[in-house]
Design a protein around this ligand. Structure first.
Ligand code: 4AD
Ligand code: MG
Length: 477
């Protein structure tokens, strides 16, 4: 007898044939109907039991969460709600699940409760849908770049440099934490550490990607990155995944074009390939928002929101113009922003980003040419000597989803920039070497993977789109 997934079975139902399906019981009704799910799809298959055929002891073990194998003939269903059902002739309990103890009951659980049970939340419709979509997003990203001649570069996870120069790093050390070796100044002597120097978990693979782009022309990284920022928000993780394309000969405009095309491609791929999951997630939000005020509801159903991104070009606005818009905005004049916009040069907070995207433009926005002082050292200095060729992409409901720039390719400018930012030149000799030997203009960006999955699934907290979130004071599982 053929082992089949529920997805295959429902897509190509071999009516009249015997099949075997293995999965986890969602519900067992009237001692007769098992809703079985194997994770291959959001849909369950209905398995019908002839209760006279089985002894009561076995039937008692068919509980929510139990793992079972069922075999029998696939027939067209007479009942509403499903097209086919499996008439069970063989049934084996592979793994019992004590209903008194199994935390995931067939009822609505809060997302917070499920976060505490992240090891079992895959068993729910919501999380199985989210993680199937997460997979599809990841696959689409690789496909996009592969089909366009990019090479996937594995940047190191342990690094000796701070790529963003923001000092938000997790130290990696094997030194004895009670009595570490000290140097002459009485500080911990990292020369005696595993790598013979201070090392950290990477905050970004960009610098390494730049090195590779200066030979392979088009590369991208896709890996975990780590930030020890104490941000307890629904958009920040201490461990998140980032996609960082880096392209030789691209300027800032080409960089924006790439990012926009790439984001649209990935969203379209998920719409084309995850229709059932998106439909489920869309209805989940509608249900979730049933009892909240209209102004707090999502403005569009999920799939319409995604389509809106595909159908519109992203608004490209310079930082300077954005400041003018914000300065003259209602919330600024009425002092509704927590941080009022007064002078050119201030960093934008997420309240400002969301105002621009959600209220002013009503679609994704690319902000570019930021003040040099609020951006990283590697961004290319513009001719005005005030701004750099940076770009951030802002998405509705999310805020910043992409951060990127054209890179400073001129050796002298880069060196003086590093001096100004207190970036130790001797530690970055390898980065500077690319500017010494065959330098060229190049550009790239970083996409926060979880923020994109958050947008596509319509979930509201990044902790719910990564299997096991790492956030301040939380590294369970
Ligand atoms: O803007 P960021 O810090 O840019 C960089 O790291 C550059 N090196 C990228 C590049 O040019 N190659 O981070 C890029 C994106 C952000 O726009 C955001 O989407 C995401 O990474 N991100 C986070 N996502 C979740 N949790 C965090 N703590 C994040 N920090 C940044
Ligand atoms: Mg950024």
């Amino acid at each position: 007898m053929k082992n089949k997934t529920i997805k295959d079975t429902l897509l190509n139902p071999s009516i009249g044939f015997d099949i075997t399906i293995k999965g986890w019981v969602r519900t067992f009704r009237s001692n007769r109907f098992i809703a079985l799910n194997d994770g291959s799809t959001i849909k369950n298959i209905q398995c019908v039991i002839d209760l006279n055929q089985w002894d009561e002891k076995l039937l008692k073990r068919i509980t929510t969460g139990a793992c079972i194998s069922v075999s029998g003939k696939l027939t067209e269903s007479l009942g509403a709600g499903q097209s086919v059902e499996l008439m069970v002739t063989e049934l084996e309990i592979l793994g019992d699940s004590n209903p008194e103890e199994f935390p995931i009951q067939p009822k609505k659980h809060s997302l917070e409760f499920l976060r505490e049970n992240a090891h079992l939340r895959f068993r729910t419709n919501t999380f199985s849908a989210v993680f199937r979509v997460r997979h599809a997003v990841s696959f689409a990203i690789h496909k996009y770049f592969n089909d366009r001649g990019y090479f996937y570069l594995h940047a190191p996870i342990i690094t000796g440099s701070d790529a963003e120069g923001a000092g938000e790093m997790f130290r990696v050390t094997t030194l004895n934490d009670i009595k570490p070796p000290l140097n002459d100044q009485g500080h911990v002597n990292y020369k005696e550490d595993f790598f013979g120097k201070e090392t950290n978990l990477t905050v970004s693979g960009q610098l390494e990607a730049e090195l590779a782009a200066m030979a392979l022309s088009k590369v991208y990284t896709f890996g975990p990155t780590f930030r020890a920022e104490n941000s307890n928000t629904s958009r920040h993780l201490a461990e998140f995944w980032m996609i960082e394309p880096e392209v030789a000969f691209n300027d800032l405009v080409a960089n924006m074009d790439l990012a926009e095309d790439f984001l649209k491609y990935v969203i379209k791929h998920v719409m084309d390939n995850c229709a059932d999951d998106l439909e489920f997630l869309e209805n989940r939000i509608i249900d979730e928002e049933k009892n909240i005020k209209a102004e707090l509801k999502q403005p569009f159903p999920l799939r319409e929101k995604l389509k809106h991104v595909l159908d519109n070009s992203f608004e490209r606005v310079s930082y300077t113009d954005a400041i003018t818009i914000l300065r003259n905005s209602k919330p600024n004049k009425k002092k509704k922003f927590d941080y009022l916009i007064d002078e050119w040069g201030v960093d934008l907070q997420s309240e400002h980003e969301r105002y621009l995207v959600e209220k002013h433009f009503g679609k994704p926005v690319i902000l570019y040419d930021y003040p040099a002082d609020i951006k990283a050292f590697y961004m290319r200095q513009n001719d005005d000597n005030k701004t750099v060729a940076a770009m951030d992409i802002l998405f509705p409901g999310i805020g910043e989803i992409v951060g990127g720039s054209q890179r400073e390719e001129r050796y002298d400018v880069l060196v003086s920039k590093m001096k100004a930012f207190n970036i130790p030149e001797d530690e970055m000799w390898w980065y500077l070497d690319t500017r010494k030997f065959g330098t060229c203009i190049h550009a790239g960006f970083g996409l926060g993977f979880e923020r994109l999955v958050l947008f596509i699934t319509g979930m509201t907290n990044v902790r719910d789109v990564i299997p096991f979130p790492r956030t301040p004071k939380n590294a369970e599982f």
